[in-house]
Design a protein around this ligand. Structure first.
Ligand SMILES: CC(=O)N[C@H]1[C@@H](OP(=O)(O)O)O[C@H](CO)[C@@H](O)[C@@H]1O
Ligand SMILES: [Mg+2]
Length: 503
């Protein structure tokens, strides 16, 4: 939402955060002021639970109720909530808070703090952070074994796990990576902190690092620009077959890319990242005596080729969930090692507590096997266990490519994406679009699903689905098919059917 309209909303979220902390017996909860990949005039707010996961879904409705209460209604709405949830107001509240680099951030952060202060909540204000850093810190406040609850603690955990893997393989040569930071907060976190900690292992180049120029944020750059437009961001002049990466504005999303020998742009998106991680972990586990299973979680936006590759070539168990990280994260917890990614680059790898225990207690006379198990263990520290993290994900990609000795092209060649397109339509009422089967099929408007299927089944490997966006006032249309020309035809016909059905 436009930041200029959010003052009251974030104030009520501040109140809710303090209440959630009290409800959870004083455990620290997190609040992040960010609008991710969206334009500079926007802002938003995210709530984080004590484990570092996103806010439990059952509480989302309370956030909506408070934000929709008028100024005069607010005290009563809050009192009702306290009563409904039997919250003991004498328990102290603790909230960890931070913001991204938007110029509306300081004022909205202050309004949020004012909300927290209504219930005298204790506030740990970390100023400028990436979203995943805030998730990490929130977890650390509640679970000291997870890490030191400081920003330096985050960097040291990430750098130490990277170096540990690097040393296990006896590497001596530096890998180079160029990052498009979307002119957001991820850039300075690399250049001012991480780059010096990993100076012997990685040669970082950061472009689009004007985070102090608010109007530059996400403009012609960043993960969303690259993924949506399937093209290079501004200020990247690529050398052939060299790895590049783009973060989004709050650095919880990453996509990679390269140009091949004939100058074509090739995207290595969330699906490619998930399958790279899955292949490595599967091959590594197969060389040990450990009984640990891997699963991959995707959404309907995953390219059909990636799903085929993971299920048929790697023979891995797969789950498909509704769009949104909270759904994927939840499903990934069902596996010993759950790899989840949205095609747009949000994702991470979750290890179950039992898996961490197995890896930690593992003992073998075999040096090679020990190395592999330690690699998996250090990867769990490198890859953020609380939420998708562009920094942790990218470092995992870089070290795995070094271990597997894979060029970007070799990584890409594991499977070929089906041509695809994502578009959106403005309709008068998007709530008319309801879905089933992990959002892959429309239930209403009545009859529309049949029409969509009649369109795409005419084309080889055609697939299309339509759903209402959860974050924008629009309906999204996804299409893929064997031939790019067919994608365009399906898109046109499906859009026509959607517009007719929503009249
Ligand atoms: C197709 C697509 O990219 N959808 C995005 C977008 O959700 P929508 O519900 O489609 O608006 O924003 C979400 C939050 O950033 C992100 O998790 C999701 O992947
Ligand atoms: Mg983001």
């Amino acid at each position: 939402m436009l930041a200029s309209r959010l003052d009251y909303v974030v104030y009520t979220v501040g109140i809710l955060a303090a209440l959630r902390s009290k409800y959870l017996n004083g455990a620290s909860v997190g609040v992040m002021i960010t609008a991710s990949h969206n334009p500079p005039p926007d802002n938003g707010i995210k709530m984080v639970d004590p484990t570092g996961d996103m806010l439990e879904q059952s509480w989302e409705k309370y956030a909506t109720e408070l934000a929709n209460a008028s100024h005069t209604e607010l005290p009563q709405t809050v009192a009702d909530l306290v009563k409904t949830l039997s919250i003991d107001l004498s328990i102290p509240a603790s909230v960890v808070i931070a913001r991204d680099s938007r110029d509306s951030g300081p004022a909205l952060l202050q309004s949020t703090k004012d909300g927290i202060s209504v219930f005298s909540g204790e506030i740990a204000d970390f100023g400028l952070l990436t979203t995943p850093q805030l998730h990490y810190l929130t977890r650390c406040f509640n679970d000291k074994a997870f890490g030191t609850p400081t920003e330096q603690g985050y960097f040291e955990k990430v750098a130490a796990s990277y170096q540990a893997i690097y040393q296990l393989y006896g590497f001596t040569s530096k890998r180079a990576i160029t990052i498009d930071a979307a002119n957001g907060i991820g850039g300075p976190k690399i250049t001012d902190s991480l780059a010096s900690l990993l100076a012997n292992e990685i040669e970082f180049t950061v472009v689009n690092n004007e985070f102090t120029t608010p109007e530059a944020l996400n403009f012609s750059c960043g993960a969303d620009f690259v993924k949506t437009g399937q093209k290079l961001p501004a200020n990247v002049q690529p050398s052939p077959n060299t790895l590049y990466a783009s973060f989004d504005g709050d650095a919880d999303r990453v996509v990679c890319y390269y140009v091949n020998g004939i100058g074509q742009f090739r995207l290595l998106d969330g699906d490619k990242i998930a399958t790279l991680l899955a292949k490595f972990m599967q091959e590594t586990l197969a060389q040990t005596s450990l009984d640990i299973t891997i699963g991959v979680v995707q959404t309907a936006y995953a390219n059909g080729s990636s799903t085929d590759y993971a299920t048929q070539k790697l023979s891995l168990p797969m789950a498909c969930t509704a769009t949104g990280v909270k759904h994927l994260h939840h499903a990934a917890k069902e596996f010993d090692i759950g790899i989840y990614f949205e095609a747009n680059g949000h994702g991470t790898v979750l290890y179950s507590p039992e898996t961490i225990e197995k890896l930690t207690l593992f003992a073998s006379q075999n040096a090679e096997e020990t190395k592999l198990v330690l690699t998996l263990l250090h990867l769990s520290d490198l890859i953020n266990q609380t939420v998708g993290d562009a920094i942790g994900d990218l470092l995992a990609i870089v070290i795995l490519c070094q271990i597997m000795d894979k060029s970007p092209e070799q990584w890409d060649n594991e499977y070929t994406d089906l041509p695809n397109a994502l578009d959106k339509l403005l309709v008068s009422d998007r709530s008319l679009f309801t879905t089933t089967d992990a959002e892959r099929k429309l239930v209403t408007p009545a009859g529309l699903q049949g029409k969509i299927e009649a369109v795409y089944t005419k084309y080889p490997r055609g697939r299309s689905f339509v759903r209402a966006s959860g974050t924008e006032d629009a309906v999204r249309v996804y299409v893929e098919a064997e031939k790019a020309g067919d994608v365009a035809s399906i898109m046109e016909e499906v859009k026509k059917a959607v517009l007719e059905a929503s009249k």
